[in-house]
Ligand binder design. Sequence first.
Ligand code: 5GP
Ligand code: ZN
Length: 118
Amino acid sequence: MDCLFCKIIAGEIPSAKVYEDEYVYCFKDIAPIAPVHYLIIPKEHISGASEITEENSMLVAKVFEAAAKIAKAEGFENGFRVITNCGEDAGQTVHHLHFHLLAGVKMGWGPESLGKTE
Ligand code: 5GP
Ligand code: ZN
């Protein structure tokens, strides 16, 4: 399958690994938007959040388990954010389900951080 993140999991494309277990892989984003910007991805190919089903939703729990472990291990004591972009309006560019793990900066919230609403 021609999927960038499947190739990263397979080791065909290099990545800066942060964490790995049976279900998920976590690596540094190549273009960080925060002092800490990691991507956590399920090892099984799911194209995005719209394709989460009763059969595969356990993997989403595994992603959040990994996020909590990483946050503890790396000492994100001031907090962190987990985001997934799904589809064009949300700006999804890689069609393998991934969760951005952001930390190390005070983050804004609200309409001004979401862009135009009309
Ligand atoms: P999206 O925009 O789909 O939510 O997020 C895709 C993310 O993947 C972006 O933040 C982008 O910087 C990151 N990315 C794209 N290609 C690569 C790559 O080859 N290696 C790594 N480590 N990150 C990538
Ligand atoms: Zn994939």
